[in-house]
Design a protein around this ligand. Structure first.
Ligand SMILES: Cc1ncc(C[n+]2csc(CCOP(=O)(O)OP(=O)(O)O)c2C)c(N)n1
Length: 570
């Protein structure tokens, strides 16, 4: 059906189209380039039109992370708009995160006015000359799937539809659209668009039947098949077929550097988080949405072990170098591939005694491992400063089906147990710090009925532009709980130095410049400054109580909360 709506400007038509295409939120970090957008918003709000809701995010890092967080929970893109080249530069780390994590985002920026004359929107501030670049898209081109500059209001429908379709097509990711001020200011009387959109939407795809059959043959013949996954839980529908595959084989599943719930972690075939010690005994490996199934320098499978890579894009073609072998690469929609593979294995009737024997071994391993992890946390339960394992265990004790955890760095996943798809998210492999706070706010926006907990290191917290994040939480009523694993250091840098030079100067002298975060601020006051509940926790015996208090504030008072937990310093 064709819909016609009266508008005054291209900016207004643009907002109308975004709303029509299901964009609910417009995360904005504004500048002079926004004037036509602000004007159009004012008119829409005066008319009682609420979508897409404008959200002021006073730093680009949480702005992009919020769109990322929203997309990771819903699978749907939202719009982010930043200020010309400088806002784009501030946002870029978050765009890299989204690109590598396959989060669809409509990332947009104003473009400084082009003309020096009297056109509506033309240059009228001194910055408008210096803020032009030869090729604004080049700033982000390597990390977006598509970039374009809007040339005229007349092409709005095509451009918006194409941007969203490309962002959502598998493998999804951010796209970049620049919006010159004169174009946004262009006078229009109406916009006419197809409602619903007729933009192409790629259907799901499945690897060819021959390849699936061959993979099933390899796996049924294997004596010791294992499964490794990192991000297949991006599609919550991929969890059940992965369980069916593991059960059909009696094979263990490892989450490795996992960013999602790929497999219920309480399932007896869940092997934990480190498959490296088991690689050498495996004769067949299924690597599912794993960009790095192992680190060759540290531990690798035997050369004769068969490797099956299952992913939307098993080549990870946007990575310049990645040399992991594959006897079979099953490209396509992971949930469909896994379901077909599980079905083919069941149909091939693997030796049931062998399957049962394998299952028995891995089930016993699972119980032993979980008990050992719990024991390790209990052994340090009384330590002061607090041990991160104990903090993680206390946090894990409070999780339920209605909780989403966003982890940027320090939550010890051996101390928690997630089984519901979509209940745990960790950083992108691009590892641009500062993602956690914004991602948690975006998750809360996407799932307001859930309790959202953000676990961050003190370093990650600072990178997340906390004043901006706490501002957003209060301004838009997004109560989340932030738990800072405060070791007053960048332990990642210390660890890297130790493993690089185990007997070197830094280890021998104990001096590690550029890795300490002292004197540490009273982080709890930063949350309090935005009306939140903030507590410093030093006593390990207080942890459960402090977490309980903070959760009550978040759930019942609907205010944000922050626990600054003083942990051991590495
Ligand atoms: C934007 C960005 N800058 C720097 C880094 C390098 N880096 C990786 S981890 C890390 C320290 C994180 O500190 P914290 O969150 O306190 O966790 P910890 O390492 O202490 O466990 C740094 C600086 C990065 N990943 N991203």
């Amino acid at each position: 059906m064709l819909k016609r709506v009266g508008v005054e400007s291209a900016a207004e038509a643009y907002l109308e189209l975004l709303a029509a295409r299901g964009i609910e939120y417009f995360f904005g970090n504004a500048g002079t380039d926004f004037a036509p957008i602000v004007e159009a918003y004012a008119k829409r709000l005066a008319q009682g039109i609420v979508l897409p809701r404008p959200i002021t995010v006073p730093h680009e890092v949480p702005a992009v992370a919020m769109a990322h967080g929203y997309a990771m929970v819903t699978g749907r893109p939202q719009a982010v708009m930043v200020h010309v080249i400088v806002g784009t530069a501030n946002a870029l780390g978050g765009i890299m995160n989204a690109a590598r994590a396959h989060a669809p985002i409509l990332f947009t920026a104003g473009r400084t006015p082009i003309t020096e004359g009297h056109l509506p929107g033309a240059r009228n501030r001194y910055i408008h000359w210096a803020q032009e670049s030869f090729d604004q898209g080049a700033l982000v081109r390597e990390f977006v799937k598509w970039d374009y500059e809007l040339r005229t209001g007349a092409q709005l429908e095509t451009v918006v539809d194409r941007a969203l379709a490309v962002a959502c097509a598998d493998p999804p990711g951010p796209v970049y659209l620049t919006l010159p001020r004169e174009v946004l200011a262009e006078r229009m009387e109406t916009i006419e668009y197809a409602d619903p959109s007729r933009a192409p939407r790629n259907s799901a795809t499945l690897a060819d039947a021959g390849a699936i059959a061959e993979a099933a043959r390899i796996l049924t013949a294997a004596r010791n098949p294992i499964i490794i996954a990192k991000a297949s839980g991006r599609d919550p529908g991929a969890v059940a077929p992965l369980v069916r595959l593991a059960e059909a084989l009696g094979a263990p599943h490892w989450d490795q550097w996992h960013s999602h719930v790929n497999f219920p972690q309480d399932h007896p075939l869940h092997g934990g988080y480190d498959p490296a010690p088991y690689l050498a005994e495996a004769d067949a490996i299924v690597a599912v949405e794993s960009d790095v199934p192992w680190i060759p320098k540290l531990a690798a499978p035997r050369p004769e072990a068969k490797v099956i890579q299952v992913a939307m894009d098993p080549l990870f073609s946007r990575y310049p170098i990645r040399g992991f072998p594959a006897d079979l690469a099953l490209a396509g929609t992971t949930r469909l591939t896994l379901a077909a593979l599980a079905e083919a294995i069941v149909a091939a009737r693997p030796d049931s005694a062998q399957v049962a024997a394998r299952r028995q071994r891995w089930e016993a391993d699972h119980s032993r491992r979980r008990a050992a992890w719990e024991g390790a946390a209990r052994a340090v339960a009384g330590d002061r400063p607090i041990d991160m394992a104990w903090l993680s265990r206390c946090l894990g004790d409070l999780l339920d089906e209605s909780t989403i955890v966003v982890n940027e760095y320090d939550l010890d996943v051996t101390q928690t147990c997630f089984s519901a798809p979509g209940s745990y998210f960790a950083s992108s492999p691009a590892a641009g710090l500062g993602w956690g706070l914004g991602a948690a706010l975006g998750a809360k926006l996407a799932a307001p009925e859930k309790t959202v907990i953000c676990a961050v290191g003190d370093g990650a917290y600072i990178f997340g532009s906390p004043t901006a994040a706490h501002f957003v939480s209060r301004a838009y009523n997004l109560p989340i709980l932030v738990v800072i694993f405060n070791n007053r250091a960048w332990n990642a840098v210390k660890r890297a130095t130790r493993s690089y030079a185990p007997d070197g100067w830094a280890v021998r002298t104990g001096a590690m410049p550029m890795s300490d975060l002292e004197p540490a601020p009273d982080y709890e006051l930063i949350c309090q400054a935005s009306g939140g509940h903030g507590e410093r926790v030093e006593d390990p015996a207080e942890l459960h109580h402090a977490l309980g208090r903070a959760l009550r504030v978040v759930r019942e008072e609907r205010r944000q909360a922050l626990l600054n937990v003083i942990c051991k310093k590495p």
